[in-house]
Design a protein around this ligand. Structure first.
Ligand code: ATP
Length: 365
């Protein structure tokens, strides 16, 4: 793993008056560039050659400089990394960046300074470690069945890594597990020897709160250091949501949990303290588990069950797709900021404030 000091030594050679905000043109990059421009930064997009014209179609979010690549793996080439460093780039990781480059490659081979604490990749990329983190944080999360023999209630089966819900399924018993697993393998949705997680199926309403934690400047809930802002909330759209459309029959194609989009959400106000407290617990435990802990945006994926309360089934320690609903702010941001504020812009603001205070290295690994 590349040591943080090595990254900080690259940063020490940067011209801090000419910092660029850089990311891969994909997923949340439109929001990141749009927000960075509004905060006065030069922006750098790493872009596949055949995709450039599509990003040009959104001029207010088109990066000032392009680093063109033929293949995602090129991001690790010295040529690309040196070009980014030459532009004084601070990389903002989003889901596609982590997915295409790979967490292990980022930890071992990517030496361009990144916003945030890259140690979090180890904790969120491994479901076992995530559960340890939830335990440490004191969050409620669904019961884990270590083997199909333990299934004694409805259970949800997922592959080990993140796959946006594709191929996941609900089972009611050990027999049901093996039958459905066989079907998924035959359909090519799950590999023969893939590592699986079997979790209690939580019935309820899904909410995905988007937080921002800053140790250096925050208008949000005060913590021992800095503060936590609730920037927005979304709910994901999955085919299963519309299963009723086949009534009175259940059409199997609807029994699918693949994430296909996002909807804006506000929660009933009495839930806000619980939602903020979950974020605080995750931040405080992260500081103990992998100092300096979480930095900037993160999202907790929850199901609210009226009997059990909020159950957390995943954390994403970065800007998430659901925040793309709110490039000019959410129903919550006007209570935090007087100007339109997206998560992308909030990241740029954190970097700007750190540069002004002369403490940019505290946000970088
Ligand atoms: P991503 O990385 O994109 O968040 P993922 O592959 O890690 O996706 P999850 O987010 O864990 O997958 O789950 C995908 C979907 O499956 C969720 O949006 C939710 O609808 C459903 N789901 C996950 N865990 C449970 C559970 N324990 N009970 C009920 N539904 C669940």
């Amino acid at each position: 793993m590349i040591d943080r000091n090595e990254i900080l030594s690259v940063l020490s050679r940067y011209d801090l008056k000419k910092i660029s905000i850089a990311t891969l043109c994909s997923h949340s990059s439109l929001q990141i560039f749009h927000g960075a421009k509004r905060e006065g930064f030069r922006t750098v997009g790493i872009c596949l050659a055949d995709r450039v014209k599509y990003y040009q179609a959104f001029p207010e979010a088109f990066p000032d400089e392009l680093v063109v690549i033929d293949n995602y793996k090129d991001i690790l080439d010295d040529r690309v990394q040196e070009q980014l460093i030459g532009l004084n780039s601070i990389i903002i990781a989003h889901g596609s960046f982590v997915e295409y480059v790979g967490s292990k490659n980022i930890l071992d081979l990517f030496y361009v300074p990144m916003y945030g604490n890259r140690l979090v990749l180890e904790w969120e990329g491994d479901r076992e470690k995530q559960f340890k983190w939830f335990e440490k944080a004191g969050l409620n999360f669904p019961r884990i069945f270590r083997s199909p023999d333990e299934i004694d209630t409805y259970a949800f089966v997922k592959v080990y890594g993140a796959r946006g819900g594709r191929g996941y399924f609900k089972v009611s018993s050990r027999e049901d597990f093996y039958k459905k697993l066989d079907e998924k393998i035959k359909a090519g949705l799950i590999g023969e020897n893939e590592k699986l997680v079997i979790q209690e199926f939580v019935a309820g309403v899904r909410y995905y709160p988007h937080y921002f934690y800053s140790q250096i400047y925050s208008r949000g809930l005060k913590l021992s250091k800095g503060g936590l802002e609730l920037l927005s909330i979304d709910k994901r759209i999955e085919p299963i949501d519309e299963v009723y459309r086949g009534y009175p029959d259940i059409i199997p194609d609807y029994l699918d949990y693949t994430v296909t989009g996002n909807q804006p959400v506000v929660v009933r106000e009495s839930f806000l303290p619980q939602i903020l407290d979950m974020g605080v617990k995750l931040v405080e435990s992260s500081i103990e588990l992998f100092p300096p802990g979480l930095i900037g945006p993160f999202c907790i994926e929850t199901v609210y069950n009226p009997r059990k309360g909020f159950m957390v089934f995943e954390v994403s320690a970065r800007i998430v797709a659901g925040t793309n609903l709110y490039p000019e702010g959410s129903p919550y941001t006007p209570y935090l900021f007087r100007e339109p504020m997206s998560t992308g812009k909030r990241i740029a603001m954190d970097i700007r404030v750190a540069l002004e205070k002369g403490i940019i290295s505290s946000l970088i690994y």
